[in-house]
Ligand binder design. Structure first.
Ligand SMILES: [Cu+2]
Length: 99
């Protein structure tokens, strides 16, 4: 009986350890907003969106022509903001991170 109590008592600690060890995987998904310059029509938007979506690690790229910005959801273990900025620049639309 006493052993059972001990097992029950250690259970939350095991759960906590498990939660902490799986946390980096959850924290890896990030969202960044980039201000994209040079977009003059809807085709530019598609170019920027395609360029961003092609980057390995990008899950979603919402590009707004009116707001001149791109909201990108990405896995930060696979890519980073510099690579995203490089992708829009290489497509002909330099961007900067919004803060
Ligand atoms: Cu255009």
């Amino acid at each position: 009986m006493r052993r059972l109590v001990r097992i029950i008592a250690t259970f939350p600690a095991v759960l906590l350890a498990l939660a902490v060890s799986t946390m980096p995987a959850l924290a890896a998904i990030k969202t960044v907003t980039l201000t994209v310059s040079g977009m003059t029509c809807a085709a530019c938007l598609i170019t920027v969106k395609t360029a961003l979506t092609k980057v390995h690690g990008v899950e979603k790229a919402e590009v707004s022509f009116e707001k001149k910005e791109a909201v990108i959801t990405y896995d930060d273990t696979k890519t980073n903001v510099d690579k995203l900025k490089e992708a829009t620049k290489n497509a002909g639309f330099p961007s900067t991170e919004e803060r």
